[in-house]
Design a protein around this ligand. Structure first.
Ligand code: F6R
Length: 355
């Protein structure tokens, strides 16, 4: 593939490829958190009074499910109740009336999520839904289930702030975690990243453009600790959907027990690139493993290893900073590859076939 890096400094060329205007949406990411707060404030929470969940299950697929992973990685270690993310049409056997189930489907029409909803109702779980409409909203209205209605018109993966916030706000309402203090920190981390990563900043000064240039024409492997698995997965998904590229991800220490052996068999380094997701507060046992893995087992076999360190005053702010960087890099990769970042024709085709 012939790559012309100049496209990244040519706003007209980028706009021409970007028929659905992702270039306009991304810089507005920080605005989603307050919008979601106001959507959440409109729901009736009477049914949750006095409710003490024994577990939290977030159900969704793809760009919607990531919202649950964000919660899990943010508070998983301190949560007084188990949190799981369910990406399937089936619910686990433990689900019952003390399970808090949050159904997340941006479109409201994803078949796996609708099947899970059906079972959650059947099992008498305590449910809240987050959606922009579709069948999920119809079911909620028919059965009187609280539903947070978020603005429509976004590709689901660009609506992560809208999808995540109502989950956190409900948990806060139930006395589990505090999200209000996090909002200014997230907004400030995103705004300051935007001044450095937005499309008008040229390649030489724009870390996302620079990284896009070094990942193009490769199959990136993304690695993180389990504490930041959501970020590694978000990178993979955004490279798949926005950039229309193959990518894979794994975490340490698990990949130290299989993946590193696979790398030893790589002889052609030209197509291999690595992105390491780092955080200054990652457990030292994980940081040490990421350091050693990169240095000893990946470096000799990869074209390039890039470490990504986020800014932000709290873990959650840094997680959204990481996500924003992945979003921008995948957007620039789409332009380098000459594709429109928004359409996901393969997903639409499969959904149609299954319907
Ligand atoms: C599209 C995207 C997909 C969808 C997934 C589920 O932008 O990211 O991964 O999120 O197909 O659809 P929804 O989110 O509508 O339930």
């Amino acid at each position: 593939m012939k790559i012309d890096g100049n496209v990244l400094d040519d706003m007209d060329a980028m706009k021409k490829l970007d028929a659905s205007d992702m270039l306009r949406r991304l810089p507005e990411f920080h605005l989603q958190f307050k919008v979601a707060q106001s959507c959440f404030s409109r729901i009736d929470l009477d049914g949750f009074e006095g409710f003490k969940p024994t577990s939290i299950l977030i159900c969704g697929m793809g760009g919607s499910a990531i919202s649950g992973d964000v919660l899990l990685n943010w508070v998983g270690k301190s949560s007084p109740v188990p949190i799981h993310v369910n990406r399937s049409p089936f619910l686990p056997g433990y689900v019952g009336s003390r399970t808090l189930i949050i159904m997340v489907s941006y479109s409201g029409n994803t078949s796996e999520t609708l099947s899970a909803m059906d079972q959650a109702i059947h099992k008498g779980a305590q449910i809240m839904a987050i959606t922009s409409g579709g069948k999920l909203l119809e079911i909620c209205q028919e059965k009187d289930i609280p539903s947070v209605i978020i603005p429509s018109g976004y590709p689901p993966r660009t609506a992560l702030g809208l999808l995540f916030m109502p989950i956190a706000l409900l948990c806060q309402h139930l006395g589990l975690f505090d999200i209000d203090n996090e909002i200014p920190l997230i907004e400030s981390a995103l705004k300051s990243a935007n001044t450095r990563l937005n499309p008008s900043i040229t390649r030489l000064d724009n870390a996302a453009k620079e990284l896009a240039l070094s990942l193009v024409d490769s199959v990136p492997a993304i690695y993180s600790s389990p504490s930041l698995e959501v970020i590694a997965n978000r990178w993979k998904c955004q490279l798949n959907e926005n950039s229309k590229m193959l990518a894979w991800y794994s975490t340490v220490p698990e990949m130290n027990h299989n993946g590193i052996v696979g790398w030893s068999g790589v002889t052609d380094t030209s197509e291999r690139t690595v992105v390491m997701i780092r955080d200054r507060e990652d457990d030292s046992c994980y940081s040490r493993r990421l350091d050693l893995t990169g240095e000893i087992f990946l470096k000799p076999h990869a074209r390039r290893i890039v470490e990504v360190w986020p800014d932000g005053e709290s873990l959650l702010a840094r997680m959204f900073n990481h996500i924003f960087f992945a979003d921008y890099t995948s957007l620039y990769l789409a332009f380098l590859r000459g594709v429109d970042p928004t359409p996901v024709a393969a997903i639409d085709k499969l959904k149609l076939q299954l319907a």
